[in-house]
Design a protein around this ligand. Structure first.
Ligand code: PMP
Length: 343
């Protein structure tokens, strides 16, 4: 498939310099592969804490960081530790489709409230839902997938306070945080005040490292200690740790294309609107657009032109990941053609 715009990857592969450093680090790790890896991966956790300090000004120690094979596994650990039979997890739809799967896999009850029509979250409704359902875990994605909507930090703080008051954990999923608009603080800024808060991140998106499978979170030391109990022994391989540490040494370069992708994203939103379509303002590396009476037909027509996007989100909407300039030109050309037919 020539144009892969379906799973919110970064379209820019690592440079030769990054590949060389990763290769050398893996070769070094390979010499010790007869031994189990460092099960607490403290060196990687220290590197991730330093990275978050640079990226969002958070003052964190290695003990406040957790990592696993993708933020999917990080969040599964959270549900294993804090969910379970007789407990409930709560989120607000439309949101990331894996949340109910984590709940199902851990026998945690699943309750879902609604976002507003513009995909923002109404604070008083969110707080009321928490008080009514008394969940053990609340999951908020900001920026949200599939809508791209970022939540105001005041709302996240209000939810952190309400979850704390009922002894629950708040997970803020910031998989797309590096793409947020300037001036939007990360939920990591709330960590000093909320020991019940976990901020999940990933290297899969802005960091251009989806294939390495490295996700992580920042939280209080007590919360992280609870995750050490549920993980399988040695869950993060020595090779994964070596790759992640090498990549973090090049974070500036790996994140270098984020500004460009943000510009491409905003231009995509403007272009979609100029075609008479709706497009949701996005703080991520994708755009939700529509609406179509037969979205599957539109998705298929793009696919026939070699452009793979995602049929996801509320009925009638489609989601396109932001690719290179050339990939977005192919997307626009194909969609323009579709819009001239009567799908
Ligand atoms: N959270 C959100 C909101 C996502 O969209 C994704 C990936 N699509 C993830 C978490 C998981 O990413 P990963 O497991 O690659 O870190």
């Amino acid at each position: 498939m020539p144009f892969l715009l379906n799973v919110n990857e970064n379209p820019y592969p690592p440079s030769d310099a990054v590949v060389a450093d990763i290769t050398a680090s893996v070769a070094e790790a390979a010499r010790g592969l007869n031994r189990y890896p460092d099960r607490d991966f403290l060196a990687l956790r220290a590197d991730l804490a330093a990275y978050l300090g640079r990226e969002s000004g958070a003052h964190l120690t290695a003990e406040q960081i957790w990592a696993a094979n993708g933020s999917n596994e990080v969040m599964l650990h959270l549900l294993q530790a804090f969910g379970g039979p007789g407990r409930t997890a709560l989120s607000f739809a439309p949101t990331y489709s894996m949340y109910p799967e984590y709940a199902r896999d851990t026998n945690t009850g699943w309750v879902v409230g609604r976002r507003s029509h513009d995909f923002t979250l109404d604070q008083s409704k969110a707080l009321a839902a928490i008080s009514r359902h008394r969940p053990s875990v609340v999951l908020l994605a900001s920026p949200n997938n599939p809508t791209g909507t970022a939540l105001p930090i005041q709302l996240v703080e209000a939810v952190a306070g309400r979850t704390a008051s009922i002894g629950a954990v708040l997970v803020v999923d910031e998989a797309y945080a590096e793409f947020r608009r300037a001036g939007t603080p990360s939920a990591t800024s709330l960590l000093p005040s909320y020991p019940n808060l976990a901020v999940a991140r990933t290297t899969s998106k802005a960091f251009a490292l989806a294939g390495a499978r490295v996700g992580y979170l920042a939280a209080s030391k007590q919360l992280v200690d609870a995750l050490r109990i549920v993980r399988l022994p040695y869950h993060l391989s020595a090779v994964t740790q070596a790759v992640a540490r090498a990549a973090l040494r090049h974070s500036d370069e790996l994140l270098g294309r984020v500004d460009q992708l943000r510009v491409e994203r905003d231009e995509t939103v403007d272009w979609l609107r100029s075609q008479g379509l709706k497009a949701v303002d996005s703080d991520a590396n994708f755009v939700l657009f529509g609406t179509f009476t037969d979205r599957h037909a539109v998705w298929q027509a793009l696919l026939d032109d070699g452009v793979l996007i995602r049929e996801t989100g509320p009925d009638g909407w489609l989601r396109v990941s932001i690719g290179t300039g050339a990939e977005m030109a192919a997307f626009r050309a194909s969609l323009e053609k579709v819009l001239k037919t009567d799908i």
